[in-house]
Design a binder for this molecule. Structure first.
Ligand code: CAA
Length: 260
């Protein structure tokens, strides 16, 4: 696979995807969205990859939003298609991956950039990060899931304040409201994401997949999350990972999960 707008690097079961348009502050044009979609789908299919880390190139931005130059002249219909296609090809895809994705937010995460970080399962940020959904200042609204996922993460009142004021917040405020889990210096950001990934990759991939499906179920209107948890919990008992995990515990040794 060769990409123009992203870099993909896999090492020790951790796949790092870096959005690489630093001069445009890593803004998401349609080519970048398509490449990200392909890279995420390939990483999910690769049994050797246990965790994905997503970050931005350069010291300034994670992603400064959807590419405004690309959609500035769109019609109503084109705007609707842009949003629907983005949801389907990237943002919903990332949320529903069963390989955990950690967003390492290394600078501006605005509009579609924050929406992408919010699609990831876990977010960590560097202390220079600035996060926000400034779309209403452009006469549009967040269109890649931001109105839904921000409220899910920080509550409706805080989400509406951020969306309606179009204000950016710093990493410490984002941490305070639960939008990111940890804040460290820029130099410490990828090491932190990799340390977290290393902890995750020791665990059963099958159980991790179940935990993601079950946790996501709370946000699906047609699904009862508690029922989903019961179903996923039961399914774990039929897996080789469960046999290995429980046997290893009883034999007082570290589990070696086959991932089945
Ligand atoms: N789209 C396209 N290009 C962008 C961009 C974006 N979202 N954000 C930054 N860029 C480009 C700039 O146009 C500039 O390119 P040129 O050098 O070719 O002019 C380059 O990146 C550097 O940006 P600035 O010179 O503006 O850098 P700055 O440090 O002065 O400001 C900033 C940084 C505050 C992040 C500013 O760039 C900015 O406000 N960007 C737009 C943020 C935004 O509104 N994002 C939401 C987009 S809409 C959206 O995402 C919709 C959706 O939900 C689907």
């Amino acid at each position: 696979m060769s990409f123009k707008n992203i870099l993909v690097d896999s090492e020790e079961s951790i796949c790092t995807i870096t959005i690489n348009r630093p001069k445009q502050l890593n803004a998401l044009n349609s080519a970048t969205i398509a490449e990200l979609s392909e890279a995420f789908r390939a990483a999910e299919k690769d049994a050797a990859i246990k965790v994905i880390v997503l970050t931005g190139s350069g010291e300034k931005a994670f992603v400064a939003g959807a590419d405004i130059k690309e959609f500035a002249h769109f019609t109503t219909e084109e705007g609707k298609n842009l949003s629907a296609k983005g949801h389907q090809t990237l943002f919903d895809l990332v949320q529903n991956l069963v390989t955990p994705v950690i967003a390492a937010v290394n600078g501006f995460a605005l509009g579609g950039g924050l929406e992408l970080a919010m699609s990831c399962h876990i977010r960590v940020a560097s202390d220079n990060a600035k996060l926000g959904l400034p779309e209403v200042s452009l006469g549009v609204i967040p269109g890649y899931g931001g109105t839904q996922r921000l409220a899910q993460l920080v509550g409706k009142g805080r989400a509406l304040e951020l969306i309606l004021t179009a204000q950016m917040i710093g990493a410490d405020d984002a941490h305070r409201i639960g939008l990111v889990n940890h804040v460290v210096s820029q130099q410490e950001l990828l090491p932190l994401a990799n340390k977290m990934a290393s902890k995750i990759k020791r665990n059963s991939p099958v159980a991790i997949a179940s935990a993601i499906r079950s946790t996501n179920a709370q946000y699906e209107t047609a699904v009862n999350g508690f029922d989903k948890e019961i179903e996923e919990f039961g399914k774990c008992f039929g897996t080789e990972d469960f046999k290995e995990g429980t046997t290893a515990f009883l034999e007082k040794r570290k589990a070696k999960f086959p991932g089945k």
